[in-house]
Ligand binder design. Structure first.
Ligand code: SF4
Length: 755
């Protein structure tokens, strides 16, 4: 279907020359990660320009994938570039907004109703700009990408943190914010800090109850939720080659839980089998021709400690099934130690619900192995003690496992099939009784188990395991059950034991699907209109931000001097506000409402200098905007850390804030501000933060000669008429200064398209 063989041919045609050049320059063998990164350097970036470790590098990704929640603002921004089509192949996937309540059919039709305006917008904007559109019900972004778009040696960015799933097929796939996706679709380079490299050597072979999921559950236990930060994890060794491509996808997917930039496996026989099995034999043929470049060099894997920053070794033959949790995915328990942990910690032993599937674990292999246990339960007269749900990752998998009888088997065990969507994994689970907030346990094959994630109940103890273990535990209904050694009492009072699960890596009769749920974009999008209801509360077309007026900025009012931590959550809160993520005006009513006002230590209470009243931050700023008065936000250290959401930069820009002046910035937020045409400045002398008073009028001087590396001046006029000034620094390069002058980076792209 919609893969782009020509694009892949082009990528591969560059591989040899670029990798040879890198090898020569570095004078050493290369890891797979390095090869793919070097092969995707942006044309503006020369190989000599950067050193591994620490430097920021421009890349040219091959693809963009977006899920429906984050795609909204990314695409609203992209429209501003006024291109006729996206610069690289891109897709939208409707998966996050479907709530799981009753079962697939009813839940899907309710979601289509409730989210109609969002789906209509996404379908029409995709149609217009050459973007592949996967309708609600088609599946979860990462599973659909693995089945259709991932290819060995490719580079993809996706607006979702589990984008690394495609690493299972040898792709560098990285989760990003909507602004990055917008840039790449608009034809800009994409910047990444060159990562550290963690090598995971897998020896032996998994068997019996152990599955690929247990590899990442073990790795999460070793590295913890922070251990992979700033790193790409590269798996290799005979054990890696023995894992199915979808199993590798599971490992890379959940690698997001150790904070890794992404994870990757090399191209091997299993990748080839999967590509051919998913009707992409032409890609396998191409990959075979350059297969020596689609894995790390032999010398690297022979002496990994010389080439990776950290090396971990795991013997798959000795790896036990694991159960991780509760409340964090890195609390790893081998199954033999888990029952004791349950008892010692007083976790509720009764399992209320077992949930399998999600983008992490819903391959044919996963479902067939889990179904083999369900069949055993039926054959051995066991009645499942817990509720049980199945979330297929894609319509292709769902259709195929239904055809092969597995869904019917789950049905006999009392399982409920949910829509091919995120559902409970992202808290879109209208779980009956969750509002009572009772202490309870659930077990899932998902990837995240933070408090409240699944059902909103902070007392739900959520554990993560493989689909096989989840199924066995759901049959037993008891967290202290160890299916490897324990027996269960059946309906006849007999003691029975579950045998090891069995299944198929790939369907013997091939994958099949009637309607995969894909909508191709129009050949000629110029006649397609993007559907946005002007009265919509959830979507609003964007107006370009105004260009800089060409003068210094004078008489700005202090909107807020934020004290202490001010993350993107403090600047643009999530939770209920997320439903407005496609409507800049409405979501701007959350601007900075979580920031603490230095002068009264309160949140969302700042002085309106025009009236003297203390009101909420957005209200005061809207008053300034209405009266044509500019303002400035002052902040503390690491301002804008946390999620990369672009709303935190767009809202102040939209409401008329002219500059953000802080002790230091989190880098992504600083870049986001620059992209929106905002001035992001830092105190040269951090103590100058103390000079700023509540009633100050503030001038920013030096803008007419704004230049890289040259400081600007802030002049404060205090309430008593006295003045003081100090220097402020910035990190704008020449191009970013043009963004500021034009009013936003997208304004420049639009001008370039029009020229
Ligand atoms: S299934 Fe869960 S982890 Fe996967 S994309 Fe959806 S919300 Fe994210």
């Amino acid at each position: 279907m919609a893969f782009d063989i020509e694009m892949i041919e082009k990528v591969y045609s560059n591989f040899s020359s670029r990798i040879e050049a890198a090898r020569k320059l570095l004078n050493r063998p290369l890891t797979l990660t390095e090869k793919i990164l070097y092969a995707h350097l942006h044309e503006s970036q020369s190989l000599e320009d950067f050193q591994r470790g620490g430097s920021y590098v421009d890349f040219a990704p091959d693809r963009v994938a977006m899920q429906d929640a984050t795609a909204q603002m990314a695409l609203l921004q992209f429209m501003q570039a006024e291109r006729t089509t996206v610069a690289v192949p891109s897709t939208v996937h409707c998966d996050h907004l479907i709530q799981a309540k009753v079962g697939a059919d009813i839940d899907l039709s309710t979601a289509k109703d409730q989210n109609k305006e969002v789906y209509d917008f996404l379908a029409s904007v995709s149609d217009k700009y050459g973007i592949g559109f996967w309708k609600p019900g088609a599946g979860i972004i990462h599973q659909v990408v693995l089945e259709n778009y991932a290819f060995p040696g490719g580079m993809m960015i996706g607006t979702d943190s589990h984008t690394p799933n495609a690493g299972g097929l040898g792709m560098i796939a990285i989760g990003v914010g909507g602004a990055d996706a917008c840039d790449v679709m608009a034809g800009l380079a994409w910047e990444l800090k060159f990562p550290k490299l963690i090598g995971v050597k897998l020896t032996g072979k998994i068997s019996g109850w152990t599955s690929a999921k247990d590899v990442i559950l073990k790795v999460a236990g070793i590295l913890t939720v922070k251990g992979g930060t700033g790193s790409i994890v590269e798996y290799f060794g005979e054990g890696a080659r023995s894992l199915s491509a979808t199993g590798k996808g599971t490992i890379c997917n959940m690698g997001a839980e150790i904070g890794a930039t992404t994870s990757i496996f090399g191209y091997d026989e299993k990748s080839e089998i999967y590509l051919r099995g998913t009707k992409r034999g032409d890609i396998a043929d191409l990959a075979d021709q350059i297969k020596e470049h689609l894995t790390g060099d032999e010398e690297v894997y022979a002496n990994p400690e010389n080439y990776f920053d950290q090396v971990i070794e795991i013997n798959l033959s000795e790896l036990e099934p694991h159960i991780n949790g509760p409340f964090t995915p890195d609390l790893a328990w081998p199954i033999s130690k888990f029952a004791a942990a349950v008892k010692e910690n007083g976790w509720p032993a009764k399992i209320e619900v077992g949930l399998i599937g999600s983008c992490t674990n819903s391959s044919y292999e996963d479902i067939s192995r889990a179904a083999s246990l369900a069949q055993q339960a039926i054959d051995k007269n066991l009645i499942a003690k817990s509720e049980f749900t199945i979330t297929p990752g894609s319509e292709q998998v769902r259709y195929t496992v239904e055809r092969d009888g597995f869904l019917a088997t789950f049905g006999k065990m009392g399982g409920v099939v949910l829509a091919n969507a995120c559902g409970p994994c992202i808290g879109q689970w209208d779980r009956h009784g969750a509002e009572k907030q009772e202490k309870n346990s659930i077990i899932t094959s998902f990837n995240r188990n933070f408090s409240k994630r699944a059902d909103g109940n902070p007392n739900t103890h959520s554990f993560v395991a493989s689909p096989e273990i989840v199924t066995a535990m759901a049959i037993s209904g008891d967290l202290t059950f160890n299916p490897l050694v324990d027996t269960l009492t059946n309906s006849k009072g007999e003691q029975v034991k579950l045998e090891e699960p069995t299944g198929w890596e790939m369907p013997v009769n091939g994958y099949d699907v009637k309607d995969a749920g894909y909508q191709s974009p129009a050949e000629d999008g110029s006649k397609v209109s993007v559907i946005v209801d002007p009265k919509s509360a959830r979507l609003q077309l964007l107006e370009p931000f105004k260009a800089w007026e060409g003068t210094d900025l004078k008489g700005l009012k202090l909107l807020i001097k934020a004290k202490g931590k001010c993350t993107t959550d403090h600047i643009s809160m999530a939770g209920p506000w997320l439903k407005f993520r496609g409507h800049l005006d409405n979501i701007s009513n959350n601007m900075l409402i979580g920031a603490v006002n230095y002068f009264n230590e309160k949140t969302d209470s700042v002085k309106n200098q025009l009236t003297g009243e203390y009101l909420s931050v957005p209200k005061v700023q809207r008053d300034y905007k209405a009266k044509g008065v500019g303002s400035i936000v002052v902040g503390d250290e690491n301002y804008g850390e946390g999620s990369s959401r672009e709303h935190a930069a767009m809202e102040p820009r939209f409401l008329g804030v002219r500059a953000v002046l802080v002790k230091s910035f989190a880098r992504i937020h600083e870049t986001n501000l620059k992209k929106q045409g905002m001035l992001g400045l830092t105190f040269v002398n951090k103590d100058d933060y103390n000079k700023i008073q509540e009633d100050d009028s503030i001038d920013i001087l030096g803008l007419t000669s704004f230049a890289p590396g040259k400081t600007l001046t802030i002049q404060l006029t205090h309430k008593d008429g006295s003045t003081e000034s100090f220097a402020v620094a910035h990190t704008y390069n020449a191009q970013q200064i043009e963004w500021f002058k034009a009013g936003a980076a997208l304004n420049i792209i639009r001008a370039g398209v029009a020229a």
